[in-house]
Design a protein around this ligand. Structure first.
Ligand code: 0X9
Ligand code: ZN
Length: 450
């Protein structure tokens, strides 16, 4: 039975507590109060949590997760609460709020803390963005928007599925091209390898809509007639849905693989087979940068690999991420520059030009930090594809981080149209980006793995 509000919430409200929980649409409330009406009976809550997850089994972090408010008077107490493992997302007078599982709740109880309220974060919550961020597209809305774009430019556009996610969702893409086959130079745009980076879904999705709406403009028409453009806005739909499912952002980064230790997720941007398992990636399944049990172990990264391998006309790729406002090019897994001087010159010019259009900063990925197994190292290293990672808006965590709000969408999309058109145009010969700047050298088809 689904309840809009349960006994816990009703009692909390009648007790005059202020509920600052962002997921106001939360549907599955858990929490039993002791006789006083303000304190959660943790034992009862734990007992009720035990029996409350039959639909998806005992998967750590899926059902056993609570939005918790705990009484805390001083920074010393707040530190102790953090040390028990609770995330502290909000500090109010006399109390803190954040997320915890039942193990952490038990620790807090043992340490003598008073848990004011605990609301179960259900996997089966409102399944949508918080109302204030309603302009962002969830998985279902991405499907509809892509269908809309296809319908608006049916002479060029067709939909395809790159494959299935771990939970069986389609990795839906839209292709703009004229005529059959793959004779024309190809470009692949991808968004949201990382679940919480929702703006990186919006930019490629709205690029697709923009291309459809502007198909008759001469400069757009020329590209649609002469290029093969693939756009897959949501590479990690399972993680993205999970990130919004409770009505409160979970800051989830990885996909939804159930790891052997009970933790969730592999970092898809550490799972590619180039330098896989090396620096800047973790072998700890609980880590947000877990590289997975093997290179290309994940259905989502496999789908990208198979798609790229099946479309040999792709010469340029762009993987959108957030945030920091950067344009990154390989290598990411090594401090060394790529060895082909002519290609490096082209990469640099392309990065500088697109950075000039966006106001972002161009740099070699590893200058940000060294991290192995990312999309672009594999695309360049194994396939000789000019691949860029754009870290979109905002510039910092203080400006909104992964959740910059509805206001960031239009402006970010607008400044990313010209870079996309520029890269689409260069797909026939990316080397011409730097023509005249360096002497010609033979193009290698990939380099040795680092
Ligand atoms: O760490 C990542 O995967 C990317 N940053 S994010 O904040 N979106 O997670 C950056 C990837 C750049 N590549 C390397 N530095 N290797
Ligand atoms: Zn990312």
């Amino acid at each position: 039975m689904r309840r809009r509000i349960g006994r816990a919430a009703a009692l909390a409200l009648s007790a005059g507590l202020v509920w600052s929980f962002a997921g106001a649409g939360q549907e599955d409330w858990t929490g039993l109060f002791d006789g006083g009406g303000t304190t959660v009976d943790i034992d009862a809550l734990l007992a009720s949590a035990e029996g409350s997850a039959p639909e998806i089994g005992a998967i750590k972090g899926l059902t056993d997760r609570y939005w918790v408010t705990v009484a805390a008077q001083s920074s010393r107490e707040r530190t102790k609460i953090a040390e028990a493992g609770m995330s502290i997302d909000g500090v109010e007078a006399g109390q803190v709020s954040g997320t915890a599982d039942s193990e952490i709740l038990a620790k807090l109880k043992e340490a003598g803390f008073r848990v004011v309220s605990a609301v179960r974060l259900s996997k089966f919550g409102p399944d949508d963005f918080p109302p204030a961020d309603g302009v962002y597209h969830n998985y279902g809305e991405v499907q509809s928007a892509l269908q809309g774009a296809q319908g608006a430019a049916s002479e060029y556009a067709s939909l395809f599925s790159m494959g299935k996610s771990g939970e069986g969702r389609d990795l839906t893409g839209i292709r703009f091209h004229r005529g059959g086959g793959e004779a024309k130079p190809g470009v692949l745009f991808m968004g949201s390898h990382h679940a919480r980076e929702h703006l990186s879904t919006e930019v490629p999705l709205r690029l697709a809509q923009w291309l459809a709406e502007n198909k008759d403009r001469p400069e757009v028409k020329r590209l649609l007639e002469t290029r093969d453009i693939y756009i897959v806005p949501l590479i990690n739909p399972d993680g993205s849905e999970y990130d919004i499912a409770s009505g409160k952002y979970r800051w989830h980064r990885k996909n939804m693989r159930r790891n052997h230790d009970g933790s969730i997720g592999v970092d898809l941007n550490r799972n590619y087979a180039w330098g896989w398992g090396g620096r800047g990636a973790s072998g700890n399944p609980g880590s947000d940068t877990y590289y997975g049990p093997s290179a290309f172990s994940e259905p989502e990264s496999q789908a990208v690999r198979d798609f790229v391998e099946g479309h040999s006309n792709i010469t340029v790729m762009l993987s959108y991420h957030t945030f920091s406002e950067l344009v990154l090019y390989p290598w990411g897994g090594s401090d060394e520059p790529i060895s082909d001087g002519r290609a490096l010159a082209a990469f640099k010019v392309m990065a500088e030009k697109t950075a000039g259009m966006t106001g972002y900063r161009p740099m070699q990925s590893s200058e940000l930090y060294v991290a192995t197994g990312d999309t672009c190292d594999w695309a360049w290293g194994a396939k000789g594809i000019f691949c860029f990672t754009f870290e979109l808006t905002p510039r910092s965590n203080w400006d909104g981080g992964f959740y910059p709000g509805a206001g960031a969408v239009e402006t970010t999309v607008a400044k990313n149209i010209d870079p996309a058109l520029y890269l689409i145009d260069l797909a026939d010969d990316p080397y011409r980006a730097a023509d005249g700047k360096v002497a010609a050298a033979p193009k290698p088809k990939g380099e040795n793995p680092s």
